[in-house]
Ligand binder design. Structure first.
Ligand SMILES: [Zn+2]
Length: 294
């Protein structure tokens, strides 16, 4: 949790700790941004994105992380993040449940992805696909972000993989994806080296596209598009669905036929919280609310 609103990696790490003694020695840092976590916010309470602070002095959160990373001769670094549900493998109408990236490292003034990092990144994606073959898998574009931690750690000579977990269909709260990430960490803990097929798999993965939306509601010829919505309001966490106004180039993951009365009810407003949806009388809306984050 370098970003305070991305808890899936944290939850997987807690399970990994509870499992007991691992095969290899790992340094686990479940929480880097405690003030952001309190506010369910990407940024720290001072408004800082810790993943843009790798090459500067301060704030204290990123300084501590740098000290940890420089304190040992690590053979692999995993940077666990969550991505929004708008990301999907290009050309595929399902959310990216796992996107991976081997960040580039500067070599002779040219950014290049280290081979071992590519092999590990591809292995993680391959192993997760073995666990959950029905999910969407993608890779990030490999643009060089010098102030991000992935690039900086890669340049320390540690093979580094940025892991971005997303939602899966019917798992908007990411509990299934968190469980799969835990199982993936266990698999990584049983492997001395990456999979033989890792690099080839990485290079065969589609890139992430960002024009996904979660639901298309249909009633007759009428259609309406919605995406997942999460926010902290009045000190409490709220979630639901939010209407997408522009319908150009949208890639909906799920099309749900709803009764005319439900369609009219839904489209009366731009945002529905899960609680409001759940409180509505019709069963089709209750079924929908049941799979949203709570
Ligand atoms: Zn993040």
């Amino acid at each position: 949790m370098m970003h305070g609103n991305e808890p899936t990696g944290f939850e997987a790490l807690i399970q990994f700790i509870r499992r007991g003694a691992p095969t290899f020695n790992w340094t686990l840092v479940p929480m880097v941004n405690p003030t952001g976590i309190d506010a369910f916010s990407r940024l720290t309470v001072e408004g800082v994105d810790l993943n843009r602070c790798a090459r500067q002095a301060g704030p204290v959160e990123s300084d501590v992380l740098k000290l940890i990373l420089q304190s040992s001769r690590y053979e692999l670094a995993l940077n666990l993040h969550d991505q929004r549900s708008i990301f999907h493998p290009m050309g595929i109408s399902k959310p990216s449940s796992l996107s991976i990236l081997a960040p580039a490292a500067m070599k002779d003034s040219v950014p290049a992805q280290p081979e071992l990092a590519i092999a590990w990144a591809g292995s993680l994606s391959l192993w997760m696909r073995e666990l959950r073959p029905e999910w969407g898998y993608a890779r990030f574009d490999e643009s060089y972000y010098p102030t991000a931690f992935g690039e900086w750690v890669q340049e320390l000579g540690i093979p580094t993989v940025t892991v971005e977990t997303g939602v899966a269909q019917g798992d908007a709260s990411r509990s299934e994806v968190g469980q799969a990430l835990f199982e993936l960490l266990c698999r990584a803990d049983s492997q001395l080296s990456p999979d033989d097929q890792g690099s080839a798999h990485y290079l065969s993965l589609p890139y992430n596209a960002s024009d996904g939306c979660d639901f298309e509601f249909k009633s007759g010829i009428q259609s309406s598009y919605w995406k997942l919505w999460e926010v902290v309001q009045d000190g409490g966490y709220d979630s639901g669905i939010e209407r997408v106004e522009s319908t150009e180039d949208l890639c909906p993951y799920q099309c749900i036929e709803v009764a005319h009365a439900d369609f009219n009810l839904l489209t009366q407003r731009p945002i529905w919280t899960t609680a409001e949806l759940y409180a509505t009388a019709t069963s089709s809306l209750r079924d929908l609310a049941a799979v949203l984050p709570r």
